[in-house]
Ligand binder design. Structure first.
Ligand SMILES: NC(=O)c1ccc[n+]([C@@H]2O[C@H](COP(=O)([O-])OP(=O)(O)OC[C@H]3O[C@@H](n4cnc5c(N)ncnc54)[C@H](O)[C@@H]3O)[C@@H](O)[C@H]2O)c1
Length: 384
């Protein structure tokens, strides 16, 4: 008979945007609905979540909405229950340390959202707290499992690019200020206040670190210019507030293999490109435009010959002449894939390299990005 092994997971801060949508609904509940993770004919891993939070009404209504039985505002009680093996945190960045430490103290495996902290020292301290206690630990690095990035990785491994020369990343979209009734802001207001852990550089350079390290090569040096383009926004209560942190970042990274990667990240740009994130990769033998779900390629052989002549309409259709890397089977939600890997790590001891120490590298790049901006200079990225 198949053993269905229930794994208690304390899910903290899941009434928020990421916690509710990506982690609870599209990952844990989706895994439960598919009948768990089938390891073999003899074993199925079944997540058994308990939702924790401060506001009982919010937590209870989320549990009801999603169809999860257990919830509580008594986090200590959840932590002292031996059935719960994993502590997950998707609360605000600035509360991460407190919650991670509570989870470690109770001997739980730790899984949490990025960034783990806003300084490298604190991110490394948290990694060490986990390591010293000997608890398994992981940080969300979801972008790695997006279909577009997986397709890129596949053709890169096949040698499509020859030598990769450069990467140009464009990320962002217009986040409404909340000033106009029918155009409400689509991101929480804390993102635009430094004191609440907000800022584009701390938010996105964490992502760019693991994306670049895994796909293109190790980051060696950074130059970053931040900007607060929009100075005032309106919060969830309809109150105007001052934006005191960067809403855009213009960053260049030098990699140890000579690749140059430049990423623009902005909440103040209106999109006219293939997707909310595009990475244009140029190599000696071919180029690609990587989006969230797709990867468009042009081989050297198919590259047209442009000639500069502004006196005539452009005769070349630059958007033609590219081909999609086809889908190879269904691509699961990126957060869900990483959750399944972490659950297998906890239960089966399978490898999982996306630890809090790896997450600290992202915080390091963000901190150096902020320093580069403040000092207006290139900075080396020391090994952690
Ligand atoms: N992986 C990604 O792509 C990604 C994307 C966006 C945000 N994030 C990260 O996820 C985290 C949450 O972001 P979000 O956009 O969901 O924010 P959010 O504001 O929607 O949610 C924050 C959650 O934290 C809880 N919270 C706030 N203050 C708290 C406190 N004092 N004690 C306990 N809980 C508290 C809130 O109730 C809410 O449940 C942040 O660290 C953010 O950087 C990751």
């Amino acid at each position: 008979m198949t053993e269905i092994r229930k794994i208690g997971i304390i899910m903290n801060g899941v009434t928020g945007r990421m916690g509710t949508n990506q982690h609870l609904k599209r990952s844990i509940k989706a895994i439960m609905d598919q009948g768990g993770i089938k390891v073999s004919d003899d074993l199925v891993i079944m997540p058994d979540p308990i939702l924790t939070g401060r506001n009982p009404n919010k937590v209870e209504s989320l549990a009801k909405e999603v169809g999860v039985e257990k919830w509580t505002t008594d986090i200590d009680a959840a932590l002292s229950d031996d059935h719960n093996k994993i502590f997950f945190d998707a609360s605000g960045t600035l509360y991460r340390a407190k919650f991670v430490e509570m989870g470690v103290k109770a001997g739980k495996a730790i899984y949490c959202e990025k960034p783990t902290a806003v300084t490298t020292a604190e991110a490394l301290r948290l990694a060490k707290v986990c390591e010293d206690a000997g608890v398994k630990n992981g940080v969300v690095q979801d972008k790695l499992w997006l279909p577009g990035l997986r397709k890129f990785q596949m053709i890169k491994d096949q040698g499509f690019f020859g030598e990769i020369l450069s990467v140009r990343g464009e990320f962002g979209y217009w986040v409404f200020t909340g000033e106009h009734y029918d155009q409400p802001a689509q991101r929480p207001s804390w993102n635009y206040r430094k004191g609440d852990g907000g800022g584009m550089i701390i938010d996105m350079l964490c992502h760019w670190r693991y994306v670049i390290d895994n796909l293109f090569g190790n980051v060696k040096a950074v130059s970053c210019l931040g900007a607060t383009h929009i100075k005032k926004r309106v919060d969830e209560q309809g109150k105007e507030y001052a934006c005191d942190t960067d809403d855009s970042a213009y960053s260049t990274f030098e990699l140890d293999n000579g690749v140059i990667a430049h990423f623009n990240s902005s909440w103040c740009t209106r999109v006219r490109r293939d997707d909310l994130l595009t990475m244009h990769v140029d190599g000696t033998e071919g180029s690609a435009v990587v989006t969230l779900r797709n990867c468009k390629v042009q081989s050297h052989a198919a590259c047209p010959k442009p000639i500069w002549n502004p006196d005539i309409d452009q005769p070349i259709d630059f958007f033609g002449g590219w081909q999609d890397v086809p889908d190879f089977g269904p691509y699961d939600n990126a957060f869900k894939i990483q959750w399944e890997m972490f659950l297998r790590h906890v239960v089966l001891d399978e490898d999982f390299r996306f630890t809090l120490r790896e997450g600290a590298k992202g915080v390091q790049l963000a901190e150096l990005g902020l320093q580069s901006w403040a000092e207006r200079k290139w900075l080396d990225v020391p090994a952690l």
